[in-house]
Design a protein around this ligand. Structure first.
Ligand code: GLN
Length: 385
């Protein structure tokens, strides 16, 4: 007898197809300019492509070590130490992952048991909650308020309980484009000081911080670092989101547990790409210019729409810009963004999908990590609305 599908009870009953996939297909259908999902529409550096080819021809085509190619872990260790002053041992404290998303998923899976509480700041990138829930954990939300999206420290303190096992923090922040300051991170460190809470620090956009500000990696703060998984993304840094390459760094006692999950989930990431990345990372110019590169795009985009009816505060990091359309329409952000696609042929992401209770602040997220030609087309549309 065939399986009776009616007996299947979903482990994630409320999870729908991710907004990025939904909006992408709608954008395609309407042939819209696509500033929704965060990925560059320009070429990545050919040198890095050449290095992958070289690694493939050089016979790096069998499994990489479970933790990742040692040469890559070594150069990551040196990079973190040079930038943030913290030494992670390449043997025991760094793992190469299939993007930051897998690093986050495997961390949650390694530590979260049924009914453990995990604090998540909202609006939140959409991969956190399902990972918590599929492991039986309970997401506990701290809502960041528009427009500055600052953390309400009292709210955070109130949400911490004896059941709190983990907290997920993201700076630079997707989708709001805000960053945490050193004061913010010190405050968080202080609040967590006497707890046993593990921190997932999603630092996927660490190299995209604007206006001369510095990224506050949690690896810089001793007490926080002792409890944190620093999760990073090569896709964002090297314009190669489709490669799905990232890593995480954590103290060895934590990393040991992480690898128990990681090794039976993916075992190891794409080997030739790791060899190529190790070579490419030897030149810090390959990542240190990224903030200026994207700031130029942000400024171009914002200058071009400053006379439009959209309101904004310039993004402080990531390649996302929020635009407020409250002067234009009362529609909710999902409806308005759908109409932008179908009527105006421009795709973006409504923010309510990332908020607690779908709070709608009439804000949309636009990815400006695109060619100026693409941005110009988007600007022309925004100015017409
Ligand atoms: N990180 C990308 C964004 O926020 C989306 C990646 C994905 O679709 N999974 O746009």
């Amino acid at each position: 007898m065939a399986l009776n599908y009616k007996t299947i009870t979903s482990k994630l009953p409320n999870v729908k197809t991710t907004i990025f996939t939904t909006v992408n297909s709608l954008a395609k259908k309407h042939n819209a300019i696509n500033l929704s999902q965060g990925f560059p529409d320009f070429e990545m550096d050919k040198e890095l492509i050449y290095l992958v080819e070289k690694a493939m021809k050089g016979n790096y085509n069998q499994y990489a070590p479970m933790q990742g190619a040692f040469v890559l872990r070594e150069i990551i260790s040196e990079k973190i130490e040079a930038l943030y002053g913290k030494k992670y041992h390449p043997e025991t404290e760094i793992t190469i992952t299939i993007g930051a998303t897998q690093a986050i998923f495997s961390t949650i899976t390694a530590f979260i048991r049924p009914n453990d509480e995990v604090i998540v700041f909202k609006p939140a990138y959409d991969c956190y909650e399902p990972a918590i829930e599929v492991n039986g954990g309970i997401p506990v939300f701290v809502q960041l308020k528009s427009k500055d999206y600052k953390i309400d420290w009292d709210d955070l303190k109130n949400k911490i309980s004896s059941k709190t096992k983990m907290i997920i923090v993201n700076t630079p922040h997707n989708p709001s484009g805000t960053i945490l300051s050193e004061m913010d991170v010190l405050k968080l460190q202080e609040i967590l000081k006497d707890t046993n809470i593990i921190v997932v620090s999603d630092e996927a956009y660490e190299h995209i911080v604007f206006d001369g500000k510095e990224h506050q990696s949690f690896s810089k703060f001793n007490d926080l670092a002792s409890r944190s998984f620093i999760c990073a993304s090569f896709g964002k840094t090297f314009h190669a989101t489709g490669w799905k390459m990232g890593y995480c760094a954590a103290p060895k006692e934590l990393m040991k547990e992480f690898q128990k999950t990681h090794q039976f989930n993916v075992f190891s990431a794409h080997h030739p790409t790791q060899i190529a990345l190790a070579e490419y990372l030897k030149n810090p110019k390959n990542y240190l210019g990224l903030s200026n590169f994207f700031q130029d795009k942000r400024d171009f985009f914002l200058e071009g729409i400053k006379e439009s009816r959209f309101k904004f505060s310039p993004s402080a990091g990531t390649y996302f810009q929020l635009l407020d359309y409250s002067a234009i329409s009362n529609e909710n952000d999902i409806k308005f963004s759908e109409r932008l696609i179908s009527e105006y042929k421009l795709a973006c992401i409504p923010i309510s999908v990332f908020n607690t209770d779908d709070i709608d602040n009439k804000q949309l997220r636009f990815c400006f990590g695109k060619k100026k030609k693409t941005l110009k087309k988007a600007m022309d549309i925004l100015n017409r609305i």
